[in-house]
Ligand binder design. Structure first.
Ligand code: FAD
Length: 470
């Protein structure tokens, strides 16, 4: 006998569990299905959370080293990899058990197992305790994504890692090649390099972090050049092969040595949506050529009672995008008027320094045809950055020339990820440079860089002498 539920959410990542919890808050009867023991998805188990726990440790190690400049010397750190792994796992366990507990409190029925759709209103879930048949009025697909696999880089060797196995921290290899200069590769590269690996990064496009403005990336690149053994851009890996002592990698592009051997290789070349959901063909849900499930602005698929959110429903593949889409889909199911039309989705690269941006990048503003100006405030003039000895930063506003409306915000610097929320709020509220200038920011804080960038727009920044050209 199949159980009938008002809403089933398939996939319990930050999209899925946010949807299930909100639907329960609105009084719906909800089941949440995932293969894992608890909700959390990629973000909590093998993404955002474990990577940030390890990056925190990396930052502490780096700051301890840096303290020599302030007259405080610590001895060289010794890294107990088992204990470090245990710390990271503890963070993951605490958070996933926490959301599992919240699911219970909200009376969301959590069904563990692998789901196969048997039609647009039914699925069977094969779990550890047997098979559960579910019937439902509405379905939200939140099945997420997985690391991209490419034939050239597919080598069956324990020395080859993707982001999932990289986060398991099997050891600290002497040398590591990170393939892919996107945020995942750079974050994991930072962790391994700080723990002691000789890390090289290879990126096939002309620069790291394609998509981010170059002036922001330059701030990071300067520091990464000291941390990484090599950064190779405009370079492709054409072959990987087991070599007894390591992985022999063949490069093509702007590189001095075409072949090099590394102890380990971490492949971080992007992610693919999990749209090959078993039984999806029993519904009218359509999958686009790029692998994402097609939805409208309410996140409804071509099957009227089925919605899709998160990584499986399109870029940007970020946890906060997934959880906001979740609320839209649930509101629509509840009969509320809602569409997903954010003006700004923040992106944060949690390296050191961090890079964060939202709204239009400068490159996007250039191709938009909008008349705009860029107002920049260098952190060398920011007192808080100097007190913490991190003047290597930059805050920039992309402003509509005529009105001063904030179109985009970009920040590079230690703590940029926390600061960007103010930029998102400014864009969503239709704020202008004048608004940012007039808002009193606490002193001394890094947030003053947003206010002072706005002052730069008017040629009136207190700490930067840059009169406005007539
Ligand atoms: P997911 O979190 O991918 O969850 C999908 C769930 O669906 C999984 O648990 C899966 O087991 C389940 N599932 C799929 N198919 C089935 C099935 N047939 N039956 C049962 N269960 C199924 N994003 C950020 O915003 N900030 C970050 O700092 C950040 N860091 C990241 C670092 C790394 C290393 C990685 C890999 C990703 C990171 N991300 C980050 C991206 C973020 O993890 C994803 O955008 C986010 O998890 C997407 O959420 P989701 O709900 O769409 O799906």
């Amino acid at each position: 006998m199949a159980d009938t539920t008002q809403l089933v959410v398939l996939g319990a990542g930050p999209g899925g569990y946010a949807a299930a919890f909100y639907a329960a808050d609105l009084g719906m009867q909800v089941a949440l299905v995932d293969e894992e023991k608890n909700p959390g998805g990629v973000c909590l188990y093998r993404g955002c959370i474990p990577s940030k726990a390890l990056l925190h440790v990396a930052k502490v190690i780096d700051e301890a080293k840096h303290a020599g400049n302030w007259g405080v010397t610590f001895s060289e750190p010794t890294v107990d990899v088992d204990k470090l792994r245990g710390f990271k796992q503890g963070v993951v366990d605490k958070l996933t058990a926490g959301v599992g507990g919240i699911a219970k409190m909200r009376k969301v029925r959590f069904v563990q197992g692998r789901a196969t759709l048997t039609g647009p209103r039914s699925m069977s879930v094969a779990g550890p305790g047997g098979t559960t048949e579910l019937q439902f009025e509405h379905l939200i697909l939140a099945t997420g994504s997985h690391p991209t696999k490419t034939p050239t880089l597919s080598l069956d060797s324990p020395r080859m890692m993707d982001s999932t196995s990289g986060l398991e921290l099997p050891d600290v290899p002497k040398s590591l090649l990170v393939i892919g200069g996107g945020y995942i590769g750079l974050e994991l590269g930072t962790v391994y390099a700080t723990l002691g690996s000789k890390v090289s990064v290879v990126e096939m496009t002309p620069g790291l972090l394609p998509g981010a403005d170059r002036d922001l990336v330059q701030v990071l690149e300067k520091r990464l050049k000291g941390l990484f053994a090599a950064i190779m851009v405009n370079t492709k890996v054409v072959k990987v092969a087991e070599d007894g002592t390591g992985i022999r990698v063949t490069f093509a592009g702007e590189v001095s040595e075409n072949e090099q051997v590394f102890d380990r290789v971490l492949v971080a070349v992007g992610r693919r949506p999990n749209s090959k959901i078993p039984g999806l063909e029993t519904t009218n849900v359509k999958v686009a050529a790029n692998g994402f499930i097609e939805t409208d602005e309410q996140r409804r698929t071509a099957e009227p009672n089925v919605f899709a959110i998160g990584d499986v429903a399109g870029e940007p593949m970020l946890a906060h995008k997934a959880s906001h889409e979740a609320r839209v889909a649930v509101d629509v199911i509840a009969g509320h008027k809602a569409v997903f039309e954010p003006q700004a989705i923040p992106a944060v690269v949690f390296t050191d320094p961090e890079i964060a941006w939202c709204g239009m990048t400068e490159a996007q503003a250039q191709s938009s045809g909008i008349e705009f100006e860029v107002a920049k405030f260098p952190w060398g003039a920011l007192s808080r950055a100097i007190t913490v000895d991190r003047p290597d930063g930059l805050t920039k506003l992309i402003l509509e020339k005529k009105t001063g409306r904030v179109l985009g915000v970009g920040i590079a610097g230690s703590g940029a990820g926390e600061l960007i929320a103010e930029g998102v709020l400014a864009i969503e509220m239709g704020a202008t440079a004048e608004d940012l200038k007039l808002v009193i920011h606490p002193h001394p804080t890094l947030s003053e860089s947003l206010m002072e960038s706005a002052e730069v727009f008017f040629g009136q920044s207190t700490h930067v002498f840059k009169p406005r050209r007539k």
